[in-house]
Design a protein around this ligand. Structure first.
Ligand SMILES: Cc1cc2nc3c(=O)[nH]c(=O)nc-3n(C[C@H](O)[C@H](O)[C@H](O)COP(=O)(O)O)c2cc1C
Length: 334
């Protein structure tokens, strides 16, 4: 059977060059371990969680897999305690997003662990190599969820690859929902891809059924890039499916915070926690109320998501199709 092997696989000890995006509450220990047991890299989204919740997630996930698993941490929050927890628990891959990872790199390496870091430009990639980062994720503007920069992957990936000069693996984030996207990024010179939106549309994803139904029917033109969903994280643009909260805010003339329509409306609850309009929260399975008004994170690849399937089937198809596409490209060369 044919396989795709890149230097990302060698660096991380994984079988296929795919990294699961850390998808917030959509991701459970079962979800992450299914991805890792398949041979891709599962990632725990610990970014902003309380330490005891992080600890439970790590323990439960590592109990379900002995394959590599990453912990994703968002550097707009102080991550010292979470880094220490991950290292103490034996997490061997720490993935940083949004900020400066340099204060942590030496310590992580001293524990025999590796650092993944997300960038959005060739200059940031160069700095990351100089800092000692082990693997770069280059995130394009078409990606779902919070987005660092404004360059789409087709232009970003070759620029980052040129900047990195083969010193460490480079992984695309954004624009990959099937084998065509994976193959195209390998042709651009990337060593693998982060996949988010496509995996939200899986049986294992812990999201509200109505969110999943929207992912299946939405077109590539149905997402917007906005900072309006900022309760919980300011100045952090996000790509979401356009919805009533966004449309009503636009119709009101895009007023600033404090003057936005329905700003203090409680839309739903996450457990006991009230979720108000413009919150960061995505629709979780048990939520009731006006769930449509919540942020539905999705990348432009949503137009390629047409069904809900088991994770392993999605990954199988992605790899199989990428192999076929690459084979077909090779036959174009006479
Ligand atoms: C629901 C959701 C939550 C996300 N949360 C995080 C996160 O906590 N940390 C992070 O580094 N990236 C996060 N991302 C961004 C992904 O890492 C990745 O860049 C993106 O999913 C790639 O684009 P795609 O969704 O079109 O595949 C999130 C994306 C989504 C869709």
């Amino acid at each position: 059977m044919k396989e795709i092997k890149t230097k990302l696989c060698d660096s991380l000890g994984i079988k296929v060059p795919i990294i699961q995006a850390p998808l917030g509450v959509a991701v459970t220990p079962e979800f992450v371990s299914t991805v890792s047991n398949y041979g891709a890299l599962g990632a725990m989204p610990l970014g902003t969680w309380e330490l005891d919740r992080c600890e439970k997630m790590i323990d439960a996930t590592l109990a379900l897999t002995d394959k590599p698993v990453a912990a994703n941490l968002i550097l707009d929050w102080d991550q010292s305690a979470r880094v220490d927890l991950c290292l103490r628990k034996g997490v061997k891959i720490i993935w940083f997003f949004w900020g400066d990872p340099s204060p942590f790199i030496e310590k992580i390496h001293a524990h025999g662990a590796q650092v993944i870091y997300t960038v959005s430009s060739a200059d940031e990639a160069k700095r990351a190599v100089d800092m000692g980062v082990d693997i770069i994720v280059a995130q394009g503007w078409e990606a779902g969820g919070h987005i660092l920069g404004k360059v789409a992957t087709m232009a970003l990936i070759p620029a980052v690859i040129d900047a990195v000069q083969g010193k460490i693996p480079v992984v695309t984030a954004g624009g990959v929902a099937d084998g065509r996207g994976l193959a195209a990024n390998l042709v651009l010179g990337a060593d693998g891809a982060v996949v988010g939106t496509r995996l939200l549309s899986s049986y294992e994803a812990n999201i509200h059924k109505s969110y999943q139904a929207k992912l299946v029917t939405a077109k590539e033109t149905d997402t917007v890039y906005t900072q309006v969903f900022d309760k919980g994280w300011k100045n952090a643009p996000v790509r979401i499916l356009r919805n009533s909260t966004y449309d009503n805010w636009v119709a009101a003339g895009k007023p600033d915070s404090g003057h936005r329509p329905g700003e203090n409306d409680v839309i739903t609850y996450y457990g006991d926690i009230p979720i108000t309009r413009y919150s960061l929260s995505i629709p979780a399975p048990t939520m009731t109320g006006d769930v449509e008004a919540l942020a539905h994170y999705a990348g432009q690849t949503v137009g390629l998501v047409n069904d809900v399937k088991p994770l392993t089937e999605i990954l199988d198809e992605m790899i199989g199709d990428a192999i076929e596409r690459i084979d077909r490209c090779q036959r174009l060369v006479l």
